[in-house]
Ligand binder design. Sequence first.
Ligand SMILES: [Zn+2]
Length: 416
Amino acid sequence: MRIRIHRGTREIGGTCIELEADGQRLLLDLGLPLDGDPDDESVRPAIKGLAGGGDLLGLVLSHGHVDHWGLARLAGPDLPVALGSATHRILRAAAPFVPKPWVPLRPVEFASGTPLHFGPFTVTPHLVDHSAFDAYALEVEAGGRRLFYSGDIRAHGRKAALFERMVANPPRSIDVMLMEGSSFGRLDAEQRFPTEAEVEARFVDIFRRSEGMALVAASAQNIDRMVSLYRAAKRTGSTLVIDLYAAEILRATGNPNIPQSDWPNVALFVPYYQRVRIKQTERFDLLEAHRSARRLFPEDLKAIAPKAALLFRPAMLRDLDRADCLEGARAVWSQWDGYLKQERGIALQAELVSRSIPLEHAHTSGHAAIGDLQRLAAAVAPRMLVPIHTFQPERFPEHFDNVALQEDGVWWSAAA
Ligand SMILES: [Zn+2]
């Protein structure tokens, strides 16, 4: 087996790995670089046969984050795109709400532990703990060699048990391990991230102190976080208010243990821009799907505000102003801090300051702490460990054995 990492040997985002065995090829992930534009041809990796039907046999997506699938739209109708079934449903659910939607033209849904076959390649997905729901590490066997790609992984989310199970029972006889290193440069080696349960406890504390509405800026696709929010709202006697997009994402998980729009302590508020969009696209079926939810209208918001945690997006500010429901409000940033330093994040902070709304933080990373990566690497004990999805590959040799640094765009052999 030969391997070529198109992007990721020294950056987070735009992950793409090309494998070759017996003259046939397979892709793992086809992501968009952070801040990249899918229409910008310069960010597209040089991969032959994306139209499908040739010696490129397929694309396997590890999970539903844009930095792992954002260029998959380049795949033609004849290229099979394998992805977790919940990931597929979430992509479809998100499509009516996002500016550049994508769903695979030729999807192949997979489940954890069930091998997929593409010519000489056997790919076994392993469900992992990550901030994206339905995320997988991928074990690939071809030409007598075995590769293990961690995907994005962590050990401190609500599915931490999956990480411990993998450490206790790792894939065997791995020649090459491609391991993510997002946390290098963000966290010292001996530090750990808060657990998702600790994030929940922080929400509880904030909701208790809030005299008005809690405006929580979080990704609806971070399902662990939605669970934390729901549980914290319940524990404090608050109502979790979600919009139609979040309601649809939660429905798409297909998991009866994940909070849904019609659960007690949950209410649906459809902001103006979503109402406009539904009218424009005539997607009234989306509202119909949540007819049993407790629906809040703008005139209901003021009364519920002191006991409400709203899943907040900046585009809702005008709705909230008009509803006159922001007295005593408190904002909670519950996603990556980096967004706050970008133009839109700076603008949002100015909007909050002008309304005297304080901003607090409640978040944890989607990526493993370095100590957890060390436990995983030691358990898998690959013959070769290759850094990926990291800004600091040069720090790997300090922390792991058998590290081999690779370059973007260069083929190398799993047998080396
Ligand atoms: Zn991810």
